[in-house]
Design a binder for this molecule. Structure first.
Ligand SMILES: [Zn+2]
Length: 354
């Protein structure tokens, strides 16, 4: 099967030196990770290609062809996430240990798509931040962009594309489909596959967390954001989960109603169980003060929600205690599905579920 509509985005033609370098770095890193995954898991001798596509949406997709897997990320994803986190972190109340001295040293004006679902709906944002905050937002945006990619790897490793093919369907999966499509079929099974892709994504995200913890030991700028040795693990874990929360909050937008029965779990539900996966995996990797890290995370959530509310990007009714309790319940339901139906959702998996 070939994709004739593939509209590859030419990142070498990006005019802005900084942005072009950022895209080139991301593509190189994703490409080398894809190679490693292929060499570890075999993947029936199929390679994994990663491309950016110019499709004007906020999307990621994966398909399986005769000789390769193809992961496509919309070219809008990295830049929108960079602007989004720049805006959030330019507020001095967010990550309050970061200095706001020199605010305006990094400054730009941009039409920002406030709704991930409709990139044509833009608002003019003036971003005024400083170098250390810009570095922090760049790093959080990078974690969020990486997660979009790692989630697609999760679909490959979970055998979900092979599963579609065996059922006589097109072996392709896109994250954001029209509502009409999304509410058909066995949504429990679809949600379980999303849960599995997220769990692989979370597992692979812990490698990024470990790299940041190591880098903070030797790199002063990284240390200024992620913390000195005595709290670096706790703080880095909480910041990585915050980055994912930011991604899910952006995707969720102002939607008030929890959508528990769509093809994808509600973004709030995803934020909650992804947080749990990351804590669980990091606890296997190293000893750290879980309670301190969770306190830090709660503080980051509160800071971020305050800015999101002030920017009108979430509605106060979407983060009520009741809504969070429902999301927690649903997250637990998915966890029990994984025990009961996990193998059925990934008959052709390349990995074992722990
Ligand atoms: Zn997915």
């Amino acid at each position: 099967m070939t994709n004739n509509q593939l509209n590859e985005y030419d990142i070498d033609a990006i005019q802005d030196d900084g942005i072009r370098a950022q895209y080139q770095t991301i593509q190189k890193r994703f490409g080398s990770l894809a190679l490693q995954i292929q060499s570890i898991y075999g993947l029936d001798n199929k390679s994994i290609d990663v491309v950016f596509v110019a499709d004007g949406a906020f999307n990621a997709s994966v398909e399986m062809n005769e000789d390769r897997y193809l992961i496509q990320l919309s070219n809008a994803v990295p830049v929108l996430l960079m602007v989004f986190f720049d805006k959030l972190l330019s507020d001095p109340g967010n990550l309050p240990w970061l200095s706001s001295e020199g605010t305006g040293d990094v400054s730009y004006d941009i039409p920002f798509a406030v709704k991930a679902k409709d990139l044509s709906d833009t608002r003019n944002w003036l971003i005024k931040t400083n170098k250390i905050r810009a570095f922090a937002s760049y790093t959080l945006a990078d974690i969020a962009t990486s997660f979009m990619f790692l989630h697609e790897l999760g679909h490959i490793l979970g055998g979900h594309l092979k599963d579609l093919e065996k059922r006589g369907q097109r072996a392709a999966h896109a994250e954001f489909r029209m509502l009409k499509d999304a509410e058909t079929g066995d949504t429990d099974l679809q949600q379980l596959q999303e849960y599995q892709a997220d769990s692989v994504g979370a597992y692979l995200t812990t490698h990024i967390i470990e790299e940041l913890i190591e880098d903070a030991k030797v790199n002063e700028r990284t240390r200024a954001v992620f913390g000195p040795e005595d709290i670096v693990a706790e703080n880095t874990i909480s910041l990585a989960v915050t980055a994912l929360y930011g991604l899910f909050a952006y995707v969720r937008g102002q939607e008030v109603r929890l959508r528990l029965h769509a093809s994808h779990p509600d973004p709030l539900v995803r934020a909650l169980y992804t947080r749990d996966f990351i804590y669980q995996i990091m606890q296997q990797n190293r000893s750290f003060d879980v309670e301190l890290s969770q306190d830090m995370l709660q503080a980051r959530f509160d800071e971020m929600n305050a800015v999101l509310l002030s920017l009108d990007l979430i509605s106060s009714s979407s983060i009520t205690d009741e809504g969070i309790e429902m999301a927690n319940d649903h997250s637990r339901t998915l966890k029990s599905y994984q025990y009961e139906r996990g193998k059925e959702a990934s008959k052709y998996a390349f990995i074992e579920w722990g």
